[in-house]
Design a protein around this ligand. Structure first.
Ligand SMILES: [Zn+2]
Length: 1176
């Protein structure tokens, strides 16, 4: 089975049928999901009748010590009288939290806010305003019928006494199971000797933002700025002495900077004149109404010039090194008052930030070391700048040059400009090769024939026609694809097209799916494939007449002819074994070893599941979820639970033979939540009690996955395992691991082994999981090294997610964990997925990055693909492209929906092709380029020394920029650094990637953190990598408490911080709130509820809820940011000059980092040098 599968052969083509009316109209037009032929799938009514109880092999312990498996004993023998009470309380109306709305209509269709989820008393601290952070799958309407059911859990728990006799009997019977009073002395709790999270601040948040990150309200539009804005870069002296250096936004042609484009043709190569004019669309598809031709902005190169080398400033020989930047590590004495930890005084004297720093933007005068009259021209002589790679520097240095950080390209400015220019109009996708607005811009998309940028973003929207050109430029050609991306409510979900038994119409040769770019010919009887040019006959049922323009008259009625993205209902030919799939199952697998129990984690999970199970993903307007659930607990052995609805109490079955895993029960393991509600609730009540006194510290891991896999196999369905795991699996079992962490390997040739799995066992297991559609989500709660690089293999290759909560503590981490769990359980997932990317002749997909498995070179297989995951595809030429026809991509994702429906989601994108390099450079997207480069580099560390990977990145980017300089830029002094407008942030962002923990670890970063980050980034979309590598820094004290907007962001440098202000920094994993030492007492009182700076506790994991405008505003900002990210960010309070400030400074990415990363200014100079070397 694959996307490429031969479609069901339609009946032979007969005569065209004019006016054929009998075609079954596809079920689109309103709700995307009507017309679902549910009858095709037998309604699920309990367990499959066909299951045979297998003969248990050795090691099988039929329940609870009773020899007969036919008569398992209740887990809790004395609860029968309690059960009715418990049921009663379960069904009671909510007693806390917001009452459910009176009708589903009170929420937007397709939206289920988790706020409706009654927060029981155990879930403290979630302010009501935080509730919307749950972004439920859009296909899941709120159903008042399944209102929250808060449970009075405390009373329930109190009624349980010691483990019932049956369990004890069981434990005596089972080797290795220690319940109740075991004889072994309690081992010391692993990890309790570790400091609290604040002392070893783990980067344990999780990350993966969604498209929702694009809807930041912001105060846009100070009037429409010029469509093409080029920021002047008055880095060096103006080419013409006497002309003032301007730091304001400049129109496309700036006198005094590069010669205007009109004077081109002078370049070493070809710089076509008037290239700023939009090319008339040559899309082969029909013309689309309302299209806006947004021509590429007339590019203005950015000039960062330096004076000619033999100036008064410096000689041609290397100058003495500048200020301590590349010297030995800075002294480790504690930070002194003030700004002794100067990180960015790279050129010239060390500059402390001015206390009166007044503005975040270039041009604000009250900043920097030169408050006086117009500063003298800044000079940059690359020859005098040591490479950031150099380390041997004499301690003494004298100020030589100075580059004003305000004069080099500012990410903040670029983001603001794009918001102003492109945030007000919808992005209409009708025109080929249009560069979309930046991911940081809030914009709406109207699909008119190309996939929304929420689904696909490209490194360039104009591809070189030849392989030689592509190689010359070194610009990677890649698409970052998020096939199941969540859309904002204002945009339409892809329509579902049902072609009945014949299935979707496809090209006979390349199997591409019908799309807007197919060309109908011969009066509509045939169509020519836009990908391979093969001519295919139109099946009779699909025939339609053409109008005088050659367009089918039903063009606008058919999504697959007029839209970039849509879905087809798949026929049985697209299903495994030619059989429609069953609905998927979720299996919750809970580590009940000592640490998990002791920390309160087991109880927390069980409490949460009681209510969360009512919010499993649902399709469309279905009353209840079709997903079945099952439960396993484990330490050194596995415990399966029978929760069949007919039972009075759940039954436990233990498998201690972990070497050959099997599932001891089939009937009753996977159940419908509503049918088995009482039994499940009883089980979830009993689990924490059963293991309350466990002494077992060892765990297994691979057998847990095997058990879930076997259960899904037996049930013949796909599904997801939710594994909650705490420690390195050292118990004797397949997949057993040893602690091989060794920080001494960092910066050696063996560093790569830290990222590699320590055994291939998990790779093989992953392969089996993918074959079954068994996706593994992993929630890790480590107190020490647990080898994420190995444990994460199955998760990664099955398309699952990893979450990590190091040093988990109930008080500080439960909100974050519960929010992550809720979202993870509820989010849209496609199961048993296969993705294929087809391209038009001339290019083809050659490389893939993401969380998936590939058994051949074309099909990307994922046991599960959720709405947050991206797959990055790189393309290479295999032939020439033509400017006329452009290049086409078609991404087809075959998957099973949460209701068990087999579907194909199709995304199409048309790109331009160019014979001039300038066109390439004008249509690039740096954010996407960085996304690709980071993934490329993060994969590289698996096989190459990290330094090699870093050097290769630098070299590639230098070549990209040198090629531009050589072929596209106007001639100018060799001392000028000229950056393409679209890539002017490439150096600053690239430096952030180079300094990231994977490529250049900070001292406090653990091996597990690095492996974790490496995996996360691999699946990130462009918005996520953007904020991850260049965090968002907001001055909270500048926020307007009367408006909904965020304060304007500032650049990530310590120089931008004022001691009198409070700032927020977020990177998708963490939110830092930094408090300056001179912040007014009143502000501190209002935000923290304490009277002085010294009283602020940095152990806070949430801000106190205080009734004043500032507190409300800050908390609403944090809530707003949390909503935009797919994972709940960890809040960390940082007081200036506190020890935690070191961690915070790690994220001030424009500064030199303590781990040796270059400052932005230094790195820019280094890049300039590299470019000059390439050009000379
Ligand atoms: Zn074809």
């Amino acid at each position: 089975m694959s996307v490429n599968q031969q479609a069901h052969a339609g009946p032979p083509y007969g005569q065209p049928q004019p006016g054929y009316q009998g075609y079954q109209q596809p079920a689109y037009g309103g709700q995307p999901l009507p017309g679902v032929p549910q009858s095709q799938y037998g309604a699920y009514n309990g367990p499959m009748p066909g299951y045979q109880q297998p003969v248990p092999p050795q090691g099988y312990f039929p329940s609870l010590g009773f020899p007969s498996k036919g008569s398992p004993v209740s887990l809790n023998s004395d609860t029968s009288s309690l059960a009715p009470n418990f049921i009663g309380s379960l069904r009671a109306p909510p007693t806390s939290g917001a009452p459910p709305p009176a009708s589903g209509a009170s929420l937007p269709s397709g939206h289920l806010a988790y706020s409706q989820f009654g927060h029981g008393d155990v879930q403290n601290g979630i302010p009501a305003s935080a509730a919307p952070m749950q972004r439920p799958p859009a296909s899941q309407p709120f159903l008042p019928g399944s209102a929250p059911t808060p449970v009075s859990q405390t009373s329930t728990f109190q009624q349980y006494g010691p483990p019932p006799a049956g369990v004890q009997q069981l434990s005596n019977h089972m080797a290795g199971m220690t319940l109740g009073s075991a004889t072994a002395a309690a081992p010391p709790p692993a990890g309790l000797g570790y400091g609290p999270p604040t002392s070893v601040p783990p980067v344990s948040g999780s990350f993966s933002a969604t498209a929702s990150g694009l809807y930041t309200p912001y105060t846009a539009s100070q009037g429409p700025p010029p469509t093409s804005v080029s920021q002047g870069l008055p880095l060096a002296q103006p080419p013409f002495p006497g002309q003032p250096v301007s730091t304001q936004r400049l129109p496309a042609q700036v006198p005094g900077f590069a010669p205007p484009p009109s004077s081109t043709g002078i370049g070493p190569s070809s710089y076509p004149p008037a290239t700023g004019a939009p090319r008339p669309p040559t899309m082969p598809g029909p013309p689309l109404p309302g299209q806006t031709v947004a021509g590429p902005p007339a590019s203005q190169p950015n000039h960062v010039s330096s004076p000619p080398p033999p100036s008064a400033m410096s000689g041609p020989h290397p100058a003495p090194p500048v200020s301590g930047l590349h010297g030995p590590p800075p002294p480790t004495h504690p930070p002194q008052p003030g700004y002794q930890m100067q990180q960015n005084g790279s050129f010239g004297q060390v500059r402390g930030p001015q206390p009166n720093y007044g503005g975040a933007y270039p041009g604000t005068p009250n900043y920097g070391s030169q408050p006086g009259p117009p500063p003298p021209p800044k000079r940059l002589d690359p020859d005098s700048i040591p490479s950031p790679q150099l380390n041997e520097l004499p301690p003494q240095q004298k100020p030589r040059h100075r580059i004003d950080p305000d004069a080099i390209p500012s990410p903040i400015q670029v983001i603001e400009d794009d918001r102003s220019n492109r945030g007000s109009e919808p992005f209409v996708t009708g025109v080929r090769g249009q560069v979309p607005p930046l991911v940081t811009t809030n914009f709406l998309v109207r699909d008119q024939g190309n996939a929304s940028p929420r689904y696909i973003r490209c490194t360039s929207y104009n591809i070189p026609c030849t392989s030689d050109m592509a190689k010359q430029s070194q610009v990677p050609l890649a698409a970052v694809i998020k096939p199941l991306a969540t859309l904002p409510p204002e945009e339409t979900l892809p329509y579902l097209v049902d072609h009945g038994e014949s299935g979707p119409v496809r090209c006979n040769r390349c199997k591409a799916y019908m799309c807007p770019f197919m060309q109908f010919i011969e009066g509509g009887r045939r169509f020519q494939c836009c990908f391979c040019s093969c001519v295919t006959e139109v099946p009779p049922h699909y025939f339609q007449h053409l109008d005088h323009t050659g367009k089918r008259v039903d063009f606008y009625d058919r999504p697959e002819l007029s839209l970039g993205s849509y879905e087809f209902l798949a026929t049985v030919d697209y299903c495994k074994n030619n059989k429609f799939p069953s609905p998927p199952a979720f299996i919750f697998m809970i580590d009940v070893s000592y640490n998990a129990v002791k920390s309160g984690l087991v109880r927390l999970i069980c409490e949460e599941l009681k209510s969360l199970l009512d919010y499993l993903p649902r399709e469309g307007n279905m009353e209840e979820s079709a997903i079945r659930v099952g439960f396993v607990t484990y330490n050194k052995v596995l415990h399966f639970y029978n929760v069949k609805s007919s039972l009075a109490q759940p039954q436990m079955m233990v498998v201690s033979d972990v070497a050959d895993m099997f599932v001891p029960l089939l009937d009753g393991f996977l159940v419908n939540v509503n049918e088995s509600r009482t039994v499940i609730a009883s089980l979830l009540d009993q689990i924490p009690e059963m293991f309350a006194d466990t002494r077992e510290t060892e765990t297994v891991f691979a057998p847990v996955i095997q058990a879930g896999l076997e259960a899904l196999k037996a049930a013949e369905c796909a599904g997801k395992l939710f594994i909650f795991h705490t420690s390195l699996p050292i118990a004797e079992a397949p997949g057993k691991l040893k602690n091989r962490d060794d920080k001494k390997l960092i910066n050696t040739d063996k560093e790569k082994t830290l990222f590699q799995p320590q055994t291939s066992f998990y790779n093989n297991l992953a392969k089996d999981c993918v074959a079954q559609g068994c996706c593994v989500d992993l929630f890790l709660f480590p107190n020490q090294y647990l080898d994420v690089a190995t444990l994460g293999v199955v998760t990664h290759q099955t398309g699952g997610s990893i979450y990590k909560y190091a040093y988990f503590q109930l008080e500080t981490d439960q909100d974050r964990f519960l929010n992550d769990l809720r979202r993870d359980v509820q989010k849209e997932v496609g199961f048993d997925a296969v993705m294929r990317v087809r391209t038009s002749t001339g290019i083809r997909a050659t490389d893939f990055f993401g969380a998936f498995y590939m058994s051949n070179t074309t099909d990307v297989e994922m046991a599960g693909l959720d709405c947050d995951k991206t797959i990055t595809v790189e393309f290479k030429h295999d032939d020439k492209l033509s400017e006329d026809s452009g290049a086409l991509l078609q991404c087809a994702l075959l998957y099973t929906s949460c209701a068990g429906q087999r579907r194909l989601r199709i995304h199409n994108l048309s790109l331009n092709c160019c014979t001039q390099l300038a066109d390439l450079y004008r249509n690039c997207e740096t954010d996407t380029l960085i996304n690709y480069l980071a993934k490329y580099a993060y994969r590289g560390v698996l096989s190459s020394p990290v330094k090699t990977v870093r050097d290769a990145l630098i070299n590639q980017c230098a070549q990209i920029l040198a090629c531009y300089r050589k072929n596209c830029a106007s001639p100018s002094s060799a001392g000028q650094l000229i950056l393409p407008e679209c890539m002017k942030l490439l150096p600053v962002y690239l430096n952030c990637v180079l300094k990231s923990d994977v490529l250049q670890p900070g001292l406090e970063v653990t091996t597990d953190d690095r492996a974790y980050i490496r995996q996360l980034v691999t699946s990130m979309d462009v918005a996520e990598t953007n904020v991850f590598f260049y965090p968002r820094l907001l001055p909270l004290t500048k926020a307007d408490v009367d408006s909904d907007s965020l304060p304007a962001a500032i650049r990530n440098s310590e120089e931008r911080l004022s001691k009198g202000d409070i700032y927020l920094l977020e990177n998708g994993l963490n939110i830092f709130v930094w408090v300056g030492v001179n912040v007014q007492q009143g502000l501190i009182q209002n935000l923290f509820g304490v009277s002085s700076f010294s009283q602020i506790s940095n152990a806070l994991s949430t801000l106190p809820v205080l009734e004043n405008p500032f507190s409300k505003k800050v908390r609403s900002i944090i809530d707003m940011l949390q909503v935009q990210r797919s994972r709940y960010m960890k809040l960390i309070i940082v007081k200036q000059e506190d020890k935690l400030e070191m961690l915070f400074k790690h994220f001030l990415v424009e500064d030199k980092s303590l781990s040796g990363g270059a400052s932005y200014v230094d790195f820019l100079c280094h890049m300039h040098k590299e470019i000059r070397q390439l050009l000379s």
